[in-house]
Design a protein around this ligand. Structure first.
Ligand SMILES: [Fe+2]
Length: 432
């Protein structure tokens, strides 16, 4: 299968055809989707999407020309305004316009975008999508098998979700591909547009256009790592006058009705020890739903409790700072927490009265080893697992579908094959 390893950045048409062929192989019904197939963006194309922000829904666009594109909401022209102008490493303009929740149609440059969802019955969750290039940790960014984010994003788009939640870590190419390494040869690196384009916007283009997004900030998007690109393009905050990156972003509510969804910034939460000052900030974040009736879902990057084994077989997975902050602080209305950071899929229901925890760090970044398939009864910090399931080494995404008094949660691989199905009723989890 050498064709799988072609450089996705050299031949978009080839990759689109290959992706489609793959889909038709694994999902014959998708052959019909050919007519609605959205080609990945080409160099010079603009990028556009609808995302949740601290001030409601917003359509955004990236353009390599000087002017913002034209836009229409419900057939009426509206002006997009620049939220970031060209700057060092970013020869692009990022434009934005607020979209009222009740809008029925949105178009940018006459191309439609999905409007804000009137009802959310199908939520797609994934994260940790970029291609890892950091010192000796080198992923083959040129291989769709080794780094399949384009495939997972294209497959995800075919599910036509009402909402996409990216649980953080978009940007992974921090150091140069060493000479002679064919797998990543030619890759850009660093916090600049070329890297953001290669790591996120190009491979994610079809999914960006297919559904509204809620973007969780990952620890890769902190100010000293990829904070410039985050602040310009994806941050939910209005642009600061001095264009400065915010070290901490406040919790905010995504403008959907059910479930009530809050996005939190847990990027700095120190895992191994309790950092008191961080915990104080996180307590204020975790209390955001205190007076909000349930069901509430929280989406934040670093999970409070996940589970993996060390090389010596030791059970790890508690984030000490988050656990200290969450102790007696998580509102009873919180039903579920959606996270990434661990590069695996995990679904965890607890014996004690806690929100279920889902970890979906499977979008494309190199996988974490030592994830048990079943960890019923395990103790993670102060929490005891009732049902714990893990899927190791399978790229893909999770779909949360509204059922009869429950949410049906399915973890799919990158070819849209279901791997695990769980049922969430209240805070209780059952997996098939
Ligand atoms: Fe992370």
């Amino acid at each position: 299968m050498t064709s799988i390893d072609a450089n996705p950045y050299k031949s978009h048409i080839f990759v689109a055809a290959r992706g489609l062929a793959t889909k038709m192989l694994v999902m014959p019904g998708l052959a019909l989707a050919f007519l609605s197939w959205v080609e990945p963006a080409r160099a010079g194309d603009s990028y556009r999407w609808l995302q949740a922000t601290t001030r409601g829904w917003q359509a955004r666009a990236i353009t390599q020309t000087d002017a913002c594109p034209s836009a229409e909401i419900d057939g009426r022209p509206v002006a997009m305004t620049p939220r970031a102008r060209p700057g060092e490493g970013f020869p692009i303009v990022i434009c934005a316009v607020d979209v009222p929740k009740g809008a029925k149609s949105v178009a940018i440059d006459e191309a439609p975008l999905p409007p804000p969802p009137a009802r959310v019955d199908k939520i797609l969750v994934f994260g940790d999508t970029g291609c890892r290039l950091k010192s000796i940790f080198l992923q083959d960014c040129n291989s769709i098998r080794a780094w399949p984010f384009r495939l997972t994003a294209d497959m995800a788009a075919e599910f036509a979700p009402d909402l996409v939640i990216h649980v953080g870590d978009y940007h992974y190419r921090e150091s140069a591909c060493p000479p002679g390494m064919k797998g990543c040869a030619g890759s850009p690196h660093g916090d600049n547009w070329e890297t953001w384009k290669a790591d996120f916007f190009d491979p994610g283009a079809a999914l960006l256009r297919a559904a509204p997004w809620a973007m969780v900030r990952g620890n890769h998007e902190i100010c000293k790592r990829a904070g410039k690109g985050w602040t310009r393009a994806l941050s939910p905050l209005p642009p600061a006058e001095d264009e400065k990156c915010a070290e901490r972003e406040p919790a905010y509510r995504v403008d959907i009705d059910d479930p009530t969804l809050f996005i939190l910034d847990t990027t700095e939460a120190e895992e191994r020890t309790v950092v008191g000052e961080q915990a104080a900030f996180l307590r204020t974040q975790l209390a955001v739903a205190k007076n909000v009736p349930g069901p509430v879902w929280y989406a934040f990057h670093k999970p409070i409790f996940s589970l993996f084994r060390s090389r010596l077989g030791e059970t790890l997975g508690v984030n000490e700072t988050l656990a200290a902050a969450a102790h007696d602080m998580l509102p009873a209305s919180v039903q579920a927490i959606l996270s990434g950071h661990l590069h695996a899929f995990e679904a965890i229901g607890f014996r004690d009265d806690r929100p279920a925890q889902f970890v979906v760090g499977v979008g494309g970044t190199a996988m974490d080893p030592h994830i048990p398939a079943n960890f019923d009864g395990a103790t993670i910090g102060e929490a005891t697992v009732e049902h714990g399931r893990g899927i190791a080494a399978k790229f893909g995404f999770a779909i949360f579908e509204r059922g009869d008094g429950e949410w049906i949660v399915t973890n799919y691989d990158a070819h849209a094959e279901p791997l695990l199905r769980c049922h969430l009723r209240g805070r209780k989890l059952d997996c098939e």
